[in-house]
Structures are given as structure tokens and as C-alpha cells.
Design a protein around this ligand. Sequence first.
Ligand SMILES: [Zn+2]
Length: 229
Amino acid sequence: MTHADPDKLLLRLRDFHSDYFPLHQQRFQDLVAQGQHPKTLFIGCSDSRLVPYLLTGAGPGELFLVRNVGAFVPPYDQSHGLHGTMAAIEFAVLSLKVERIIVCGHSHCGAIRTAYEGAPDEAVALKAWLKLVDEALLPVRPSPEAMRRTEQRAVVLQLERLMDYPMVRRSVEAGHLSLHGWHYVIEDGEVHVFDAERGAFVPASQSSHSGTGPYQPYVEHDGQIISDV
Ligand SMILES: [Zn+2]
């Protein structure tokens, strides 16, 4: 590779600077001068097909993002470990004082599939991390329908874990923070939002809100309750 033949990624960096930035320069500079004040913490799966800015129409300064394999929330843990997702939640709630937290899973999630099928032996961190979704797995072969249900159950499970974070529970109970569970169906281009009253995920096109929380027990159509908060 020579200077006359820059790689494609370098070209995109140059395009951002020369084409996009001049059109939005004031916005970026205001965000530097005034600091960021996002109202939303978005906890999303790392999957490349999930693009939070496209789904929400958000621009710079609007979403505080944390992404990980599966969009999981680790259990609240005061062991002083290197808990990246937990640190992001603490920062968003205590310092940024966000008003909502979205947990966004999606269809065809590789994390959920790997939780069913098993990770490579060498992937020690991945194996441990995927235990965070054990409670949402169904005792069946992962058919497309079972995958969909598991992905949705996983989202509700993470909302439950969020409520175990003292600063989250305190803010929710004070009415300063709401929790939203989303399941993004990539092939339909639609987010299904968790409706606590209906105990179900409702397509955004048919929902009157972007998700309710805190939530009532999540009762699936077969009557199984996975949340007894
Ligand atoms: Zn995923």
C-alpha cells in the first residue's frame, strides 16, 4: 500500500472530515463546549447489524452507548472487578443522570445461539459471559421460534438485573428513570417493545409507547413466569 493508494477505511475517515463534519460542525462544537447530556443509556448487542442511530434517529450527543456480546447486564457486584458494563451503567445513571435505559436484543443473535450450542473451548471469557443468559434458555432445540422467544426472554432478564443495581432501582422508584426492553427484528426492520402490562413484546407499529418499565411479571403465552419482581 502506498500513499497514492490509501486503504478504504482511511478514505472513509477522510470523507467524514471533509463531507460530514462541515455540515454538523456547530453541533459537535456545542457538544464540546456544553458537554454531553444524553438522556438515554442504550445497552445493545455488539452485532454489526444492530445500528442504534439508524433505529432511533439519534445523532451525536443523544445516546450513551454500551455494547457487549448479547446486550447482557451482569449481576450487580461489589467485588471491584473490571466490570465494563457495570461501570457504564453507574456512569450513565449517577453522573449523566439519564432518564431511560434501553436494553436492545435482536433476531438471529449469535450470543443466544452460542449459548445453546456452546462456545469454543479457548473462549473462556465468552463461556463465562454467556452464563448470563442461562436463565432465559428453553429446554428445547433452538428452532427459529425458540430463538425468538429466548432473545426476548433474555431482554426481560437483563431488565430484572438492572433493577438489582441500587442506583437504578432508586431512580426508577423516584420516577426519574424508565426501563425499556427492545427486540429488533433485522429482517423486518422493526423493533418490538416490551409492554409490561401485556407481558409481551409488541411491534413498534402497534405500540402506544416505546416500552414500559419497571415491569410486571413477564408471563409468556404458556403461562410461565420468568420474572417475579
Ligand atoms: Zn446479538
